[in-house]
Design a protein around this ligand. Structure first.
Ligand code: PAF
Length: 280
């Protein structure tokens, strides 16, 4: 496995791979990798000749009061994990090269990015779309792999890719859960055992909604009321949103359309912000 820390080397390598007719997959990450990320690397390896994993903690997608400076950075162990999962190239650009002094160009998706995460994290998706578009330009992948755990990010990036004719196929990997049901996330490490026990209300609420839909319930108000009720029983859990939305547009719906709608939940568990979702 090769590590490429500079933009020019990455561009040269991408050009060479394209000339050789090799199919390139990109798995963009912010590091602190867990099995959920590694499943995306393995998925990428089944779809391409060369798997590039980018490791870049992107400052522009963090709000001023968010955890950018304390976001975990574990380069050495991330490299070892990616090598074992089948990555060929680790792209580890520096922040000074990605956003040099005077940097002033951003990409905004203006519809899908607005609700849910967009309400409490207004600049978040502008940072995500900007860095992902830059990574697409630098790595020139044929396909890029993202996790369904970040359902709104997936929808925003699909929209950006289509709107800007970027010509990159987006492949979406399923959410991986720990044995207790909690969706894998780099932020789970901040949870104490008691906080984690309360956080399990989130996957339980999602499962309950799926069961209700399987039993024939289609009314969003009833499904959301039940999910909110389950979450409210845990004093450390403060719901930011629990919403049933169209999986492509993120617009609120009144009725579940099986396969096309999802229940998205964001909640604080004390000071740890978690998101999760399931397709209903
Ligand atoms: O999902 C993430 O880890 C980030 O939002 C991404 C896609 C790597 C962009 O920084």
């Amino acid at each position: 496995m090769q590590t490429i820390p500079t933009l020019s080397e990455m561009q040269t390598q991408a050009q060479a791979l394209r000339t050789q007719g090799r199919r390139i997959a990109l798995v963009p990450t912010m590091g602190a990798l867990h099995d959920g990320h590694l499943s995306l690397v393995r998925l990428a390896a089944t779809r391409a000749d060369v798997v590039v994993v980018s490791l870049f903690v992107n400052p522009t997608q963090f709000g001023p009061s968010e955890d950018f400076s304390r976001y975990p950075r574990e380069l050495e162990s991330d490299l070892a994990k990616c090598a074992a999962a089948g990555a060929h190239i680790m792209f580890t650009p520096g922040v000074e090269e990605i956003y040099p002094k005077g940097y002033s160009t951003y990409i905004t998706e203006e519809t899908v990015a607005k609700p849910l995460e967009g309400v409490s994290r207004p600049a978040h998706f502008r940072g995500v779309t900007t860095i992902v578009a830059k990574l697409f330009n630098l790595v020139r992948p044929h396909l890029a792999v993202f996790g369904q755990k970040d359902a709104q990010q997936v929808a925003v990036l699909k929209k950006m890719t289509a709107d800007l004719h970027l010509g990159v196929e987006l492949v979406i990997g399923p959410t991986l859960r720990d044995a207790d049901g909690l969706a894998m996330s780099s932020r789970n490490r901040y949870l104490t055992a008691t906080q984690r026990a309360d956080a399990l209300a989130i996957p339980r609420a999602l499962r309950r909604a799926q069961e209700m839909v399987a039993a024939g319930e289609r009314r969003v108000d009833r499904l959301v009321a039940e999910a909110t009720h389950l979450l409210a029983q845990h004093r450390r859990v403060r719901v930011i949103y629990a919403a049933i939305v169209d999986r492509d547009t993120m617009e609120a719906v009144r009725e579940v359309r099986p396969g096309q709608t999802l229940l998205a939940i964001a909640a604080w568990v004390d000071e740890v912000r978690l998101i999760d979702n399931e397709i209903l």
